[in-house]
Design a protein around this ligand. Sequence first.
Ligand SMILES: [Zn+2]
Length: 365
Amino acid sequence: MNYKRYFPPSYLEERLKNFNSSVKRTVLGRSVNGLPVYQLQIGNGVQNILMWSQMHGNETTTTIALLDFISWLLKTEQSKYLKFFSFFIIPQLNPDGSKLYTRQNFNGVDLNRDAIDLSQPESIILRNAYEKILPQYAINLHGQRTIYGSGAEGPPATISFLSPSADSKKSITTSRTKAMIAISSIRNELEKQLPGGISRYDDQFNPNCVGDYFTKCGTPTILFEAGHYINDYFRIKVRFFILEAYKILFKNLMLESNIGSVKSYFSIPQNTKNYVDLIVSNTTIKDDKHLYKNQQLAIQYIEKLKNQEIIFLPSLVTYGKNLKLKGHNFLDYTDIKKDNYIIFKKDAVVNTEPFNKLFSLNSFI
Ligand SMILES: [Zn+2]
């Protein structure tokens, strides 16, 4: 099924029905609003792998690809993986946020800033699972907005990785080294299918982040961010690339492949905040006082849940004669309607005719 970004607990329940008894399902605990947090256990190898997804409820692509990955693992030809690894998978750590399509949990807390406080039941569930499993690798699965480029000059960041820091000096510890080698091995292989589209996330140490905490405890931790691919707003292609990345990662861990290195990790371009969804040229902008002619206008889509679907609302970012931003799409306003001007208010959603129609995502994908 082609999911369109929304992936609530009810969809997860449906997908779980398709797995046979070789996937052992347990309820690790309940979310703030009483929904079950599932763990799926598969394989009986000596290498324990902990993977968790949707700790941010609106980051669904890595979850969907994770379920694709389990279906792939269950094929007889992949049985070698199940002899080598024991996978402990929490596909939706934040079911309340997943239902509401919010980053935060039901109490409005960002679970990825709660690693030390453990103020939320979902944070405690993850910590307990970690301490029980003592994984050889921890795989921390996320999704990111369309605002990131792969380096200053590169294409959109379709997948970003991070080996989180273990301390404020960003020391290259043994566990970080292992994560860096694993990440660069994925990149070196996947780069062929996704030229330039793989980047490396900022490794500023934040002790409240779960990945940083696990790395500090000595577990190699790999953070995935599913990002943007040209006009793939529903992330159908990105889902495929993430699945490929999972397959490459575990193939290389199993073979103890040496195709990655710390040096090659640092050669991955850094994630750069330099994209907007749409750049409209030759607009007339009105602010509180003046009219500005021949301006470039930057538009970013805001995702909103409406009637069980995600809609993309055009919002105003900035304007100028020559914006230093890259666009996923472009529109020349010159020939459309000369006498109209756009009233600029930062972050406001454009909801007046004809702009709402012109700037709508449907015009571009
Ligand atoms: Zn996230």
